[in-house]
Design a protein around this ligand. Structure first.
Ligand code: HEM
Length: 531
């Protein structure tokens, strides 16, 4: 296996290894560089020269996400018996500590048995019919955003304006998640002064964007209990922001959980995710049931995981459409043809089936999610000594070729979603080019081992930790893209020369020199002509 160092890559630092380059660069940049020079399995250095791996090999990723760990013997298998299949590689403790600070001890924090138990209770809220039923909510939120943009354009002299699209989408997805997940009106699109929204805006970039070397060092070498004390008492601006958001979120989620439990007692169950979760929890045996603290953590998890990721994904979709006017026009044509068919059959609006049946829309969304995965890396640690199978042989530093790599217990691995999504063996020699048409070619999908739930991308991760909200996210991204492209024309602005893929767990658009202002995607918006 090759190790990083020569060939123009940064030499590892004595104390922090390659981690500053990995965590301070723009999202995906070191991953692509290492992949191009060394291939899909690269040994990098952690603190004090510790070995770590950076992986984008499809077979190794499939093993880690899907088949590592063991199942109980068939004779020992019971309903509550904990099989470890898919849990052979657990999350890095310092990263789960970040999840705990931002979201509490919910699904993104949990691992192994606790994860399996929590996920079982949560799944009923995220099925296909449940997510399809949210489409009218997404469409309503889209219509509200459209109405506000149209008003602003109508009062501008040349009927066009530059919007920070990232801020608008963040507020739109907050309203969507509020209504669909909690039956709650955040009113984020209507009221920009909303205290809750202000706390969530910039939370990721503030707490995780461009960390200084000292923070990277502390996070990796300090024991978890010190990190926990720090998160509780530190006066640093970022941790004060995280604690303030936690207080606001806990106050809202506590009231919501209580009111849903009360509604259930009165037989008034609703269809929002929280109501479904409260119901599913009540029908579980006591040993599996989520505690009150866990229930509130799930709400904070859904709030952050479900709002920032969808908003970011939509940003990258719209950016590519602004950069590729031909693609934008083809998509608008498909949307308008579908709209004519909808009106002809006597319906007023797009249904979930209409959104799914738009082939070019599907190609645009898949390609945008491939090219710009909102979560660009996952972090795992081997629970046991293991052997990692590889798709193709790699050359070791001794010059031998090997088909598998022995993995000692405890080794930390970065699973590069960004680099897998650009793997040329899977997506073709032009994997670094944005091209929705690749999904219309027969060969566009399902090359390589089965990994991800959508287009075999890793954008929603895979296996037991596949994004629980992936169907929710898809319908939301479809619905809002259709609304915006049907009504508006998007154009690039000169500021895009300074656009960064800010690496803060989620890949946010920011502008060079203005990272501290948080997410920013300046696009020029005009009404789309209807000739
Ligand atoms: C396009 C938008 C989205 C993307 C790209 C995305 C991506 C991901 C990824 C990569 C993971 C795995 C993270 C890890 O294991 O560390 C994940 C997990 C998760 N996502 Fe999403 N997500 C999106 C939208 C949503 C939405 C809308 C919701 C909720 C409504 C949601 C809820 C969650 C939850 C709760 C988990 C933890 C699942 C588990 O560990 O079992 N996500 N997501």
């Amino acid at each position: 296996m090759h190790s990083a160092g020569p060939c123009g890559l940064m030499m590892p630092h004595k104390y922090t290894g390659n981690l500053p380059e990995i965590f301070q660069s723009q999202a995906g940049v070191p991953d692509f560089k290492y992949q191009q020079i060394y291939g899909d399995v690269v040994r990098i250095k952690g603190p004090f020269g510790e070995d770590r791996l950076l992986i984008s090999d499809p077979k190794a990723l499939q093993y880690i996400f899907h088949t590592s760990g063991t199942l109980p013997a068939p004779s020992e298998m019971t309903v509550s018996n904990f099989g470890t299949q898919g849990y052979g590689f657990l999350k890095w403790p310092e990263r789960t500590e970040i999840s705990r600070i931002l979201m509490g001890r919910g699904l993104l924090w949990a691992d192994a048995e606790i994860h399996k138990r929590q996920r079982k209770v949560m799944l009923p809220g995220f099925g296909t019919p449940e997510c399809k039923a949210f489409v009218p909510i997404f469409r309503r939120v889209g219509a509200e955003l459209s109405a506000q943009w149209s008003d602003i354009l109508a009062s501008s002299p040349d009927q066009s304006a530059v919007f920070n699209v990232a801020s608008w989408l963040s507020r739109a997805t907050m309203d969507s998640i509020g209504e669909a997940a909690f039956d709650y009106q955040f009113g984020a699109l209507r009221n920009t002064d909303n205290e809750f929204m202000k706390a969530y805006m910039g939370l990721m970039s503030d707490t995780l964007g461009s960390p200084p070397k000292s923070a990277i060092f502390m996070q990796t070498v300090l024991p978890i209990w010190i990190l926990q004390l720090r998160s509780k008492f530190s006066r640093s601006r970022t941790l004060v922001h995280a604690r303030h958001t936690e207080q606001l979120a806990n106050a809202v989620t506590r009231k919501l959980v209580d009111s849903k439990a009360e509604a259930l007692l009165q037989g008034k169950g609703n269809k929002d995710i929280l109501s479904l979760l409260v119901k599913a929890n009540a029908s579980e045996t006591a040993s599996i049931r989520l505690t009150d603290e866990e229930m509130m953590a799930q709400m904070r998890t859904i709030l952050l995981a479900g709002h920032e990721t969808s908003a970011t994904t939509l940003c990258w979709v719209l950016l590519e459409l602004a950069r590729h006017p031909d693609v934008q026009q083809r998509l608008r044509n498909e949307i308008r043809e579908t709209e004519i068919a909808i009106h002809a059959r006597g319906d007023a609006d797009f249904t979930a089936a209409d959104l799914e049946n738009m082939v070019f829309l599907g190609a645009v969304i898949k390609e945008s999610m491939r090219f710009h995965p909102a979560l660009y890396q996952n972090y795992r640690q081997a629970a046991e000594d293991n052997i990692l199978p590889l798709s193709k042989p790699i050359k070791t530093v001794h010059g031998n070729y090997v088909n598998e790599v022995p993995i000692p217990k405890g080794i930390k691995i970065i699973l590069s979603i960004a680099a897998y999504n650009r793997n040329t063996e899977i997506f073709g020699e032009d994997a670094h080019t944005y091209n929705p048409d690749r999904w219309l070619r027969q060969s566009g999908e399902k090359k390589g081992p089965s990994l991800g739930v959508y287009g075999n991308l890793l954008t929603f991760a895979g296996g037991v930790r596949t994004c629980i909200g992936w169907r929710f996210a898809l319908y939301e991204v479809f619905a809002l893209t259709v609304e915006i492209i049907n009504n508006f024309e998007l154009l690039p602005t000169p500021e895009l020369d300074r656009l960064r893929r800010e690496a803060c767990l989620v890949m946010l658009p920011t502008l060079e020199g203005e990272q501290l202002k948080g997410e920013n995607l300046p696009l020029r918006v005009k009404l789309a002509s209807r000739d």
